[in-house]
Unconditional design. Structure first.
Length: 556
């Protein structure tokens, strides 16, 4: 019996020795052969590279009011492979974050992915509530979300930055490079439970530069309000207004209606409301273009403001009959009266008898039509000059037909007239923080002599006998020009569809502002002096008071 017990004890010891031998051999193999690969695996499980997003620069208006800035948000993501109850967790997360559980559940239940977004850039307070539930597999990281605190103010100008804070439209796109910073990077070491125990190799974040615009949000908001009322009153398709400082070329307002909230850009894009009509759209200007014809004839000393022409009510030019807007008998008019009363027959007569095709084309190019102004905004149109010159072209172009322009081109030309004949490149950006201001292009388009003559004649437009008495502002002298142009279509001009324009400068004695208003497809009336001129007066009167520009003529 004792011999049997001893045999069993020896057998048990042998088994134990063999087991220890196997474990020792396994340990030796792991410590030598697999040491390097297991070390890498352990590091991969506990160390991770984290990219630190850079803050996007803020866009300020001229007064330092933020128009576009980054706001703190929290991105919620998950590892579905760690989630044991995807249906329950989806219901909890959806309720707290305001999502749909039916859409979130299949995302959390798909174990083929180790990373999925639950909600990108969620409100921090909601993300905090969800974090308190301690759901396994849910993670939270801070991010910046682009917001537009002024809502609809200047929305088509500002544009939009997408979910990754990359500029997709407007100034956000144009200024994407300076606004975008340089991301940082760090290595995060976690324990087996996922807790952070160390941060290594940190590369600092460099935020983007702030940008300061020439826009004034108060002037901008007022212009938008006036346009809303104008569109509603005349049941128009849309309307555009530009307020320029002629001394600097700075755009103080660039308004469009109907507008939209910049924070809802994707919905506005789907409805086609995001376009910047002032820069991207072209249209036939009508009589506001007559200033080119008159300025060219004055500059080439072919006429003076007092030169007289005997003008019938209508004339034939090739296959077209040109007539004035209002029926009248044959009259003698001076060049000043032709511009003041916006005589189509008079402008065409000056072009045919004095300028001719070559000179007229030269002055169109001199004024900058047919090429972009170079304004700092994406997608600027160059406008359209006649592709070829037919017999009737000399009857169209002098009165602003058969040629297409942008609103910013027209505004910059009238700003040059307000500025003594010196054209200055229009711009929306005053400066980028930490960078030098860009040099603006300047060129003289007419002499000071001709400019003074043009200003005097344009003052006459805004008078009882001119076409824009509705543009008068009590206490201030106004110079400007009306335009009423029928809209062209694929088969000639479209009956009943017009663009009404007024562009003017105040105070005319020493212009501080140039304001352009254009109304597309007004229904109840079509004339620039009736539809657009009152909107000009409302915008300009507000701006003059806001900027504390003193009156230049007595009241009464």
């Amino acid at each position: 019996m004792t011999r049997v017990v001893n045999s069993r004890i020896r057998l048990l010891l042998l088994v134990i020795l063999l087991a220890f031998g196997v474990l020792l051999a396994r340990e030796t193999w792991l410590a030598t052969v697999r040491a390097a690969s297991l070390s890498k695996l352990a590091q991969a499980q506990t160390k991770s590279q984290v990219v630190l997003a850079a803050g996007r620069g803020t866009i300020f208006d001229a007064m330092g009011t933020p128009l576009a800035l980054d706001e703190q948000a929290t991105t919620v993501f998950a590892d579905p492979r760690q989630i044991a109850k995807p249906k329950t967790d989806a219901r909890i997360a959806a309720r707290i974050l305001g999502l749909k559980a039916a859409q979130l559940y299949p995302v959390l239940a798909d174990h083929s992915h180790g990373f999925v977004y639950v909600e990108r850039k969620a409100p921090p307070d909601k993300a905090t509530l969800l974090a308190k539930r301690n759901l396994t597999g849910f993670y939270f990281t801070p991010e910046e979300k682009r917001v537009y605190p002024q809502g609809p103010v200047a929305a088509p100008v500002l544009g939009y930055a997408g979910v990754d804070n990359t500029g997709l439209a407007g100034l956000e796109l144009e200024l994407n490079a300076p606004l975008t910073g340089t991301p940082g990077e760090e290595t995060v070491v976690r324990d087996p439970l996922g807790h952070v125990i160390d941060v290594q190799a940190e590369k600092p974040v460099r935020d983007g530069h702030n940008v300061f615009l020439s826009l004034d949000h108060t002037i901008q908001a007022n212009a938008e309000q006036v346009l809303r009322a104008t569109v509603a009153k005349w049941k128009a398709k849309d309307a555009t207004a530009i307020v320029l400082d002629p001394r600097t070329g700075g755009v103080l307002a660039m308004a469009m209606e109907p507008g939209y909230d910049a924070n809802a850009f994707p919905r506005a894009f789907a409805k086609g409301l995001q376009a910047n009509h002032a820069v991207a759209d072209v249209y036939e200007p009508g009589s506001v273009f007559k200033v080119v014809t008159i300025a060219g004839a004055l500059s080439d000393r072919l006429v003076t403001p007092q030169t007289k022409f005997r003008l019938p009510y209508s004339i034939r030019v090739a296959d077209r009959v040109i007539h004035d807007a209002e029926p009248r008998g044959t009259e003698t008019m001076t060049v000043a009266q032709i511009l003041q009363r916006s005589s189509n027959v008079g402008a065409v007569t000056i072009a045919r008898k004095k300028l001719g095709q070559t000179r007229l084309l030269k002055w169109m190019h001199q004024f900058g039509f047919g090429r972009p102004t170079g304004i700092d905004f994406p997608g600027e149109s160059a406008g359209l000059l006649p592709a070829y010159w037919s017999g009737s072209t000399i009857g169209n172009v002098p009165i602003g037909q058969g040629v297409s322009v942008t609103a910013i081109q027209l505004a910059s030309v009238y700003a040059a007239i307000a500025n003594g004949g010196l054209w200055i490149q229009p711009h929306l950006v005053d400066h980028v923080q930490g960078e030098q201001r860009l040099a603006l292009r300047r060129r003289r388009i007419v002499s000071r002599r001709v400019d003074r003559e043009l200003l005097t004649m344009l003052k006459g437009v805004v008078s009882d006998v001119g076409t824009a008495a509705a543009a008068e502002i009590p206490g201030y002298s106004v110079a400007g020009k009306t335009g009423t142009a029928q809209k062209p279509g694929p088969h000639g001009y479209i009956p009943g569809k017009y663009v009404a324009t007024f562009v003017g400068m105040v105070p005319a004695s020493n212009p501080r502002l140039v304001v352009l208003v254009t109304v597309d497809e007004p229904k109840l009336d079509i004339f620039g002096g009736v539809v657009a001129a009152p909107a000009f007066a409302q915008i300009a009167a507000f701006d003059l008071q806001y900027l504390e520009v003193p009156p230049d003529r007595p009241l009464g």
